[in-house]
Design a protein. Structure first.
Length: 156
């Protein structure tokens, strides 16, 4: 059984402060020349994919873009997800650290890249749950699919 929900905490009101802390941690990791096991840095074409989804489709500012941590696939389910405890996930959007964990499935449009970022977009649009129930414009409204179509149109 797959789940693509996300974690949030009481810290959601302090996102900008946590984003700074996250940046410092990322910079420290880069200086150390290592990364946590199972987490990869940016994929080729990611800057382009982020612009297509976050700026051109969701009309958000690049300065508010969550960081994306790519997780390996094949850990669970039919081989397209990653294990999060007992749950197999395609993505996990952490509103508290403003970080998306997403399983890489061969391209940005085949991964839950747009889906996960749309949870963050929903949060920025005023939904404090980040559309936890998939009931808003991202999912019922199809905005996440529009972003995936735009990615495919650009070969991403
Ligand atoms: Zn979701």
């Amino acid at each position: 059984m797959y789940s693509d929900s996300f974690a949030r905490s009481a810290w959601t009101r302090a996102i900008s402060a946590r984003m700074s802390a996250g940046f410092i941690l990322a910079a420290t990791i880069a200086l150390l020349g290592c990364a946590p096991e199972g987490i990869e840095s940016k994929r080729p074409g990611q800057v382009d994919a982020e612009r297509i989804v976050w700026v051109e489709t969701f009309h958000e500012r690049l300065s508010s873009l969550p960081s994306v941590e790519w997780r390996g696939i094949g850990e669970c389910g039919d081989g397209t997800g990653f294990a999060d405890g007992d749950t197999c996930r395609w993505d996990l959007m952490h509103l508290d650290t403003w970080t998306s964990e997403t399983a890489w499935n061969g391209s940005f449009s085949k991964s839950a890249f747009s889906h996960s970022l749309c949870h963050a977009h929903a949060y920025l649009q005023g939904d404090p749950t980040g559309d936890f129930n998939h009931a808003g414009e991202c999912f019922v409204g199809g905005l996440s699919n529009v972003a995936d179509e735009a990615l495919r149109a650009h070969g991403r």
